[in-house]
Design a protein around this ligand. Structure first.
Ligand code: GDG
Length: 503
């Protein structure tokens, strides 16, 4: 095997579809401000210490590339690592990003093949853009740099780099689920994608489920590839190299969320939210407008709760935040219309003077507002029909400083692998089951709530985003896999009798 290059000697090169920088056009023209996500916060110190580059698309049209590059020079100086942009034309954006990534990979990898539009033009562009990214990476890196590619937009970059003769150690992390073989084989370009993934040295998945699906796809579609289990990894041989696949459940910057949740601003906001909704429990749902989030099923479940348990009326309020996304696309616009019709129907059926069952917010909240809701809501309803991890669940747990919240979680969210013992797990398609879980959550006594929340908080605290970065880089450098016992034992479907409650 010739992939012994150490990842500790070289710099770190992060590659993602988008750069972690926000471009804003103000009166004085274009400016940048640093992105604020957990990933960039955790990676920035490593990029600074070790020396590094972040390569991605700026979010702006290719004809503004000159101005973008000029601004990125300034941002690189203040960030302490280099930012390099890959320009994308309007056509590439349409076909590669909105087309292949969003209309094929996103629905297919979330098991929703009926939402896919397998347009061959999308594939051609996806290949072109991955090649373009590889070109930019190849120009930017030195021999021993460790290249870490993120997510489904860029699954072919490893193969493109190998074709250019690059021998650098290459890692890839998939933020979304990997589908089971009977779904993956629907992809007309299944062999190209699977073969390309095998050109990385380290593949990271969110859960055991995703890694298992990937390994099963390799066994089914490429039976000539030798696969063995070793030290928590699955090891495969391909093109004279050795690829290791491992599980690295992503997390959040726990210390930062706790600090912000305890701030005066958030404490006040939490107090005001509950002051305006007195004498009741608040159930919180926070989702981007997307069909994978299961929002209509969730609303149906809330309606079922109010029908079946009339004593809940006036004592429970669902605050459903939907963050606008792609409403110019008919499918997303239809989803919005469906959600709004359901909210209207439910509020129309149950509202009384002084009580509106669903507070519906269709907008992006500030970080302070969002944390105010996290801190004060007695119940969080996180019920995607499929999700790589779901960070809202981990953020809610972390911000629930009083420790009296209940998390209702979809068994199809990656987070379930870690939290299944103490969250109330539901099948999001099961409207009656979710309605009953809401009832159980409402009735749960304080001691039980605190016990469960304490364990979940400790669990998320032990394994934060810094540990996630460290574990991936360690696995790449030392071929050693950190042990995460809390993520290895869950296999759905979940037996709810284990909870000791009947739902
Ligand atoms: C991929 C995978 C995986 C949401 N509403 C508001 C707001 N948010 C923030 C939350 C959270 C983030 O957006 C959403 O978290 P997800 O986990 O759903 O992440 P995505 O980026 O959508 O998706 C997912 C993740 O990658 C990480 O690997 O967990 O499964 O699909 O951080 O706080 N933030 C603010 N206002 C809002 O209204 N400020």
């Amino acid at each position: 095997m010739n992939n012994e290059a150490s990842t500790t000697r070289g710099r770190l090169v992060i590659v993602s579809n988008r750069l972690p920088v926000v471009f804003e056009r103000g009166e004085e023209g274009l400016r940048t401000r640093p992105g604020s996500g957990g990933l960039v916060t955790a990676l920035a110190p490593v990029l600074r210490d070790r020396g590094g580059i972040w390569i991605g698309w700026s979010g702006l049209p290719a004809d503004e590339q000159e101005e973008v590059e000029h601004l990125l020079d300034g941002s690189s100086a203040s960030a302490g690592y280099a930012l390099r942009s890959v320009p994308l034309t309007a056509e590439e954006l349409e076909l590669y990003y909105y087309g292949f990534a969003n209309e094929i990979l996103w629905p297919l990898f979330h098991d929703l093949q009926s939402h896919c539009n397998f347009d061959p033009a999308y594939w051609a562009s996806y290949r072109e853009v991955n090649r373009k990214f590889a070109q930019h990476i190849a120009e930017a890196v030195a021999e021993e740099d460790f290249i870490w590619v993120h997510d489904y937009h860029l699954m072919l970059t490893g193969a493109e780099l190998r074709e250019r003769g690059l021998g650098n150690p290459l890692g890839f992390f998939l933020h979304i689920p990997f589908p089971p073989p009977d779904i993956f084989i629907k992809l007309p370009w299944r062999f190209n994608v699977l073969n390309a993934l095998l050109d990385f040295d380290l593949l990271g998945f969110q859960t055991m489920r995703d890694k298992r699906n990937f390994v099963q796809c390799v066994r089914m579609l490429l039976p000539e590839i030798p696969v063995r289990a070793e030290g928590g990894f699955h090891v495969m041989q391909h093109h004279g190299r050795e690829l290791r696949a491992g599980v690295f459940p992503i997390s959040i910057d726990v210390r930062e969320f706790r600090r912000l949740a305890a701030s005066d601003e958030v404490s006040e906001s939490a107090w005001y939210i509950h002051e305006a909704l007195p004498d009741r429990q608040i159930v919180l749902g926070v989702d981007r407008l997307d069909y994978t989030k299961g929002i209509p099923y969730r609303l149906e479940a809330f309606r079922m709760l109010l029908r079946r348990h009339p004593d809940m009326r006036g004592r429970i309020t669902l605050v459903q935040v939907v963050v606008p996304s792609r409403t110019d696309i008919p499918e997303y616009f239809d989803l919005k219309t469906k959600i709004e019709r359901l909210v209207g129907e439910i509020n129309g059926e149950f509202t009384t003077s002084g009580w509106v069952p669903i507070h519906y917010l269709f907008r992006h909240l500030t970080r302070g507002e969002l944390l105010g809701y996290y801190r004060t809501a007695e119940i969080a309803l996180v019920t995607p029909i499929k999700d790589g991890m779901n960070l809202v669940a981990k953020e809610y747990i972390t911000c629930n400083l009083e420790g009296n919240g209940v998390l209702i979680l979809s068994e199809f969210a990656g987070a379930a692998a870690q939290l299944h013992r103490d969250a109330l797990l539901v099948n999001p398609y099961d409207i009656e089951g979710t309605a009953e879980a809401l009832h159980v959550a409402f009735m749960m006594d304080h001691d039980e709530r605190r016990r469960r929340m304490r364990r979940m908080r400790a669990n998320v605290r032990r394994y934060d985003i810094y540990r996630w970065v460290e574990s991936f880089l360690d696995a790449a450098a030392s071929r050693h896999l950190h042990d995460f016992p809390m993520v290895s034992e869950y296999i759905p479907p979940y037996d709810t009798t284990e909870l000791g409650v009947s739902i």
